[in-house]
Design a protein around this ligand. Structure first.
Ligand SMILES: [Cu+2]
Length: 102
């Protein structure tokens, strides 16, 4: 049997923070984002679809609920304080992504 691993992208460290871009179009690309524990993170959402499904993005573990503009970069800033996997989703909880904190 073969298992296809979901694409995982590591945030790029820039001095005292880490940054990653997420394309929003029929889902979140990448779906799995690797972050370093304790380092402030900037997740840049690049929403290219006007589907109402992606009007909001929600990070329940970080108490973040944000409105995503269309065709405009939107920054979500958070600091992962513990290791583990933390989900995020569209406002309707249909499309999902995961922050993998190492
Ligand atoms: Cu949705």
């Amino acid at each position: 049997m073969f298992f296809k691993k979901k694409k995982e992208v590591k945030a790029e460290q820039r001095g005292d923070f880490q940054e990653v871009r997420v394309l929003v179009d029929g889902g979140y690309k990448p779906e799995r984002i690797v972050l370093k524990e304790g380092l402030p993170a900037r997740i840049i959402f690049d929403r290219q679809t006007d589907s109402a499904c992606f009007d909001q993005v929600v990070f329940p573990d970080f108490n973040i609920k944000a409105d995503l503009p269309v065709k405009e970069d939107f920054f979500v800033e958070l600091t992962p304080k513990e290791k583990g996997e933390f989900g995020f989703a569209c406002g309707m909880n249909m499309y999902h992504g995961t922050l993998v904190v190492k």
